[in-house]
Ligand binder design. Sequence first.
Ligand SMILES: *[C@@H]1O[C@H](CO)[C@@H](O)[C@H](O)[C@H]1NC(C)=O
Ligand SMILES: CC(=O)N[C@H]1CO[C@H](CO)[C@@H](O)[C@@H]1O
Length: 329
Amino acid sequence: MRALLLLQGLVSILGLALAAPAAVSIPPGPVHIRPLVIWHGLGDTAQSPGILKFMDEIKVVHPGIFIHSIYLNEIAEQDRRAGWFGELDKQLAYVSEELRNVPELANGFDGIGFSQGGQFLRAFVEQYNKPAMHNLITFGAPHMGISDIPPCGTFDLLCRIAKQGLQRGVYSDWAQSNLVQAQYYRDPNRFDDYIEHNHWLPLINNELSYRNRTYPRNFSSLKNLVLILFSEDETLIPKESAWFGSYAPSDSPDEPKVLIPMKEQPLYVRDWIGLRKLDEQGAVALVTCEGAHMQIDRECWEPLVTQYTGGKMDLPSPDSASVLLVQDS
Ligand SMILES: *[C@@H]1O[C@H](CO)[C@@H](O)[C@H](O)[C@H]1NC(C)=O
Ligand SMILES: CC(=O)N[C@H]1CO[C@H](CO)[C@@H](O)[C@@H]1O
């Protein structure tokens, strides 16, 4: 035991030495540093210039870190399309298989989800969590869904097709099986329809009368949950969805909307997904970043990436720890 403590001390000193321009050279290390998984946002792809740049910047903060960027299709255009079209249950099953097959992730990882990638990573934790996630950071993720559809760019054809489909009937069986945004569309003026016909979000948020007990168990096994809200977000409606806020159900669309903050949500109060448990353990951080949706400035991401990713890995067993010690000394 004493030897193990000593060993942990040594490893952490060596870990520190990695960050500073030190005299000792240490093998860089997937072995030492917890890997990271990123799920990109809507309209983006796994290997887009923006995602690759972000990955490079994280590697500057945490030299030697292994990063996997989630894709739903290895062909970029198909990957982008999958952000708009598809069935979320199937996409999640695909991704869980993908993550299981990355050997570097076998001992666990941290997750960063951008926009809708954020609540998809949360769903992964609730439903699969194999390999297990340690810390989860979500940037502007609609955890309580969206209650309106943001405007599309003039030339964004995929967006316009999806939007037409949504306007035709967001809770139709077709939309619920084919349009990604429909599956987390939470209309406060049609709350019964949402509960009855939405295929995905009511389950993930355990809002139905049958509640899956695996979800809170898995979700509350996270070490840290970091929820980032963008101060000027106009894409996410309401922007507080990033902090598990939502508009109160209402029969009349003309009434002023009332926002229910996280701690007043039934989901939180009755702890349907383990969020309250996490919060009471001090594991939930509500963070605001200045700017529009997904305007991720360095002042916003760098402290979070520094604090919540790239941590020292829990070593699988004392045996492999002693191997490490021999290598390092
Ligand atoms: C509850 O969730 C787990 C994990 O996703 C799943 O395996 C199980 O089938 C679910 N239970 C029911 C009754 O749907
Ligand atoms: C960490 C954790 O609790 N993981 C569990 C998540 O749920 C699955 C069942 O779907 C378990 O097998 C995991 O052990």
